[in-house]
Design a protein around this ligand. Structure first.
Ligand code: FAD
Ligand code: DHB
Length: 390
């Protein structure tokens, strides 16, 4: 097979790029390791910054998001029995975020690809990248007993943190920066009315908790847990009890509980791989960088990579201009590091660190007091949360 752009990974990054390129007549193929059902079964992001939402619209995939997604102009930070609102719109000249699940937006992208007869190949095995430094790179994968070869101009590594693309860059070229946090998030999805119309990020001595939602009948809650915990350690009842214990009493009293319909633990990690280009391979999204979920930046960082790559590809194929491709890694990394800084800061502000010394705890407390005493600090939080410009 032959195509212009070979995209590895059918998550939001790969599908979004595929859709945008196809709309500009740039031929591409997406290779996904798992089935569509498997990809749609993963419960992940819930908060989209406006830049991501705009990209969905540009990809002709914004209709359901605009109809069913909720615009949020603020959220709460709770601590010590009270909750204080962060006015996103008021501190950013009217900007907001969209609450719309990653599952739904991935479904919309799959549907859009199918409508355009996009080439998305599922259940590919043993994907390998070849001759990335040459003008004729190619990808191979196994389908049953057959080895299939795809020749392309460019390879996009959009295959997430555990994918094969980043690992195809020689070790002496790739520089990896990593910080692993000593806890994870236990998440529960339940068919219950959300406890609050806006998200609540709760700091408590027992650990962090987050009250989020997918719709007015579907709630998503998280609690910080030690890395040694597993899902089996947490019955639904134990989860609800612990969540309530970390929330202000009036919020806990209103919490509607019910059976979990999904329960999973995600470890928290900060990670960046540099450079994001090697020859004719370009990394995008979680394949190149991971943030702890606290600031809701992961998917949104992927969106800026896709935005830069999409425009660079269009400039290359339609205008013969390679500046965007040449500058991709530098440009993408500049924004990636800002998302890293913000996610690290919000994680540090809100979590309980098992190894923290009294000095750290004093600083954490001071950080919180400063935040709510300074319009400048609130503006900084708000402009990062709604998303810095691409
Ligand atoms: P992925 O979604 O990981 O997709 C990569 C795809 O590549 C997968 O489908 C995988 O099956 C496929 N693949 C892997 N290896 C191969 C291979 N060898 N060959 C072919 N295909 C392969 N972000 C936000 O912005 N806001 C939030 O509110 C938010 N909340 C989150 C909450 C949780 C609990 C978690 C875990 C994450 C959250 N994130 C959030 C982060 C967000 O989910 C990720 O950043 C996003 O999924 C990245 O998309 P991606 O397409 O780059 O990677
Ligand atoms: C969700 C996840 C996050 O990481 C976050 O900061 C906000 C919301 C969610 O899954 O709903």
């Amino acid at each position: 097979m032959k195509t212009k752009v070979g995209i590895i990974g059918g998550g939001p990054s790969g599908l979004m790029l595929s859709q945008l390129l196809d709309l500009k007549g740039i031929d591409n193929i997406v290779l996904e390791k798992h089935s569509r059902e498997y990809v749609l079964g993963r419960i992940r992001a819930g908060v989209l910054e406006h830049g991501f939402a705009e990209l969905m619209r540009e990809a002709n995939c914004g209709e359901r998001m605009d109809a069913e997604g909720e615009i949020h102009e603020g959220f709460y930070i709770a601590e010590g029995g009270e909750k204080r609102r962060v006015d996103l719109a008021g501190h950013t000249g009217g900007n907001s975020v969209v609450v719309y699940g990653q599952t739904e937006l991935t479904r919309d992208l799959y549907d859009a690809r199918a409508k355009m007869n996009g080439n998305v190949i599922h259940n590919v095995e043993d994907v390998q990248l070849h001759d990335l430094k040459s003008d004729a790179p190619y990808i191979t994968y196994r389908s049953g007993d057959d080895i299939i070869r795809i020749d392309c101009d460019y390879v996009i590594g959009a295959d997430g943190f555990h994918g094969v693309s980043r690992k195809s860059i020689p070790k002496d070229v790739l520089r990896e920066y990593e910080k692993v946090y000593p806890f994870g998030w236990l998440g529960v999805l339940s068919r219950t009315k959300p406890v609050s119309p806006e998200l609540i990020y709760a700091k408590s001595e027992r650990g962090f908790a987050l009250c989020s939602l997918r719709s007015q009948v579907l709630s998503r809650y998280y609690i910080q847990v030690p890395l040694t915990d597993s899902v089996e350690d947490w019955s639904d009842e134990a989860f609800w009890d612990e969540l309530k214990a970390r929330l202000p009493q009036d919020v806990a009293d209103q919490l509607e509980t019910g059976p979990s319909i999904e329960k999973s633990i995600a470890p928290l990690r900060s990670f960046v791989a540099e450079p994001m280009r090697y020859g004719n391979l370009f990394l995008a999204g979680d394949a190149a960088h991971i943030v702890p979920p606290t600031g809701a930046r992961g998917l949104n960082s992927a969106a800026s990579d896709i935005y830069y790559l999409y425009h660079a590809m269009v400039d290359h194929y339609q205008n013969g201009d390679d500046t965007g491709l040449e500058k991709y890694s530098e440009k993408a990394l500049a924004r990636v590091w800002k998302a890293q800084r913000f996610s690290w800061w919000m994680t540090t502000l809100l979590h309980t660190f098992p190894d923290s010394i009294p000095y750290d705890q004093k600083l954490q407390q001071t950080d919180m007091e400063y935040l709510f005493s300074s319009e400048a600090a609130l503006t900084s939080l708000a402009e990062n949360y709604v998303g810095l410009p691409f």
